[in-house]
Design a protein around this ligand. Structure first.
Ligand SMILES: Cc1cc2nc3c(=O)[nH]c(=O)nc-3n(C[C@H](O)[C@H](O)[C@H](O)COP(=O)(O)OP(=O)(O)OC[C@H]3O[C@@H](n4cnc5c(N)ncnc54)[C@H](O)[C@@H]3O)c2cc1C
Length: 318
């Protein structure tokens, strides 16, 4: 079932949904199930599965020289989606990225997903390769998420890349895209970022999932600015509980977001990471309560491989 239909089926009641990471290469899928199992108590109607592109690692060769090797540490997004749908009978939303893919590879991945009964995709530019300073598109790939939206919309109408392929089976994907209450870090300003968000929606995106934020005011202002700009689709808030002191610097650096003074101050004063985790859980519960009151369609939790803080939050709310 499509994400948009799940959101409607909530009938005004806020749903509980999660984003998970595929396991590290070599790990057993059982570890993933062990992590998700407790959260199934809160009946997520869909689960997002992130996509992780290749990165470069250096291996020492004989004689001291270094070999630059390309490797994907978390492969398996498509397989995990199929496995989860099969195991839990819950819809999945694979993340599909521009980076590292030619248009044809994207098309083939979408064909696989369609055959597997996956009805949803979240379309993204994708992170830059870790050792590279900026995102670089493949020569025959897409540069911006809006181009991916265009490709999926065309496939949904039965237009594949090969123009000679007549009467091809249309796919039927519900399309989500990302939005940034605190602006995407490469956008010169929020107005410009919203212009491109609107482009994604105008091209066919049916809902937006936001980057994590710790101050609800940022989300409410973002939604208001989106509505003013003519973006009318559901805007799903992304929530991530703070779980350790190091995240006070890692999260702003990685995700280009602010941690409110009050939270940063309390976390700084906390005696250890157990106390920071407790603080983060309580903060996320307060954030969630306010968002539920405001009638958000779902609270979308970023698990980042750890479900126990999310379980604690969900137990209070759902
Ligand atoms: C909910 C969510 C899930 C994510 N999941 C993943 C994941 O699974 N894997 C992963 O690698 N990364 C993921 N990311 C990170 C994401 O890939 C990065 O933030 C990336 O840098 C931007 O992706 P985007 O789709 O928002 O890009 P885009 O919408 O393409 O925008 C990128 C930048 O370009 C600008 N822009 C857009 N279109 C144009 C245009 N036509 N001309 C000029 N400028 C333009 C935008 O304003 C923005 O500054 C996720 C992010 C979010 C919020």
């Amino acid at each position: 079932m499509k994400v948009t239909n799940h959101l409607k089926s909530g009938n005004g009641k806020t749903l509980f949904t999660i984003e998970i990471l595929p396991p590290l290469k070599g790990e057993n899928i059982k570890n993933l199930y062990d992590n998700i199992d407790p959260l199934m108590e809160f009946k997520p109607p869909f689960i997002d599965v992130t996509y992780h592109r290749e990165e470069y690692v250096y291996r020492k060769k004989e004689g001291g020289l270094l070999d630059k090797i390309s490797t994907r540490k978390r492969p398996g997004t498509v397989g995990i989606c199929a496995a989860i749908q099969n195991h839990y009978k819950v819809d999945t939303v694979p993340h599909i990225i521009c980076g590292g893919f030619s248009k044809e590879e994207t098309e083939n991945a979408l064909i696989d997903l369609s055959f597997l009964g996956v009805d949803n995709v979240l379309l993204l530019q994708g992170d830059a390769i870790k050792t590279e300073s900026k995102f670089v598109a493949e020569p025959d790939g897409h540069r911006f998420a809006s181009e991916l939206v265009d490709q999926v919309v065309r496939m949904n109408k039965g237009f594949y890349l090969d123009e000679e392929l007549l009467h091809a089976a249309p796919t039927n994907f519900c399309i989500g895209v990302a939005g940034y209450p605190e602006k995407h870090f490469t956008a010169p300003n929020l107005k410009s970022d919203l212009r491109y968000l609107k482009l994604k929606v105008d091209m066919g995106a049916e809902y937006v999932v936001t980057q994590m934020f710790f101050d609800n005011k940022k989300y409410f202002e973002f939604v208001a600015a989106c509505r003013e700009a003519g973006i009318q689709v559901p805007i799903i808030p992304g929530i991530k509980p703070l779980t350790g002191k190091a995240q006070l610097t890692v999260l702003p650096k990685t995700f280009h977001i602010d941690i409110p003074d009050e939270l940063a101050d309390e976390a700084d004063k906390a005696k250890d990471n157990v106390a920071v985790k407790e603080l983060g859980i309580q903060w996320a519960i307060q954030q969630s309560r306010e968002l539920i009151k405001a009638g958000v369609p779902t609270l979308h939790f970023y698990s980042m491989g750890k479900s126990d803080p999310i379980y604690r939050i969900a137990r209070e709310l759902f």
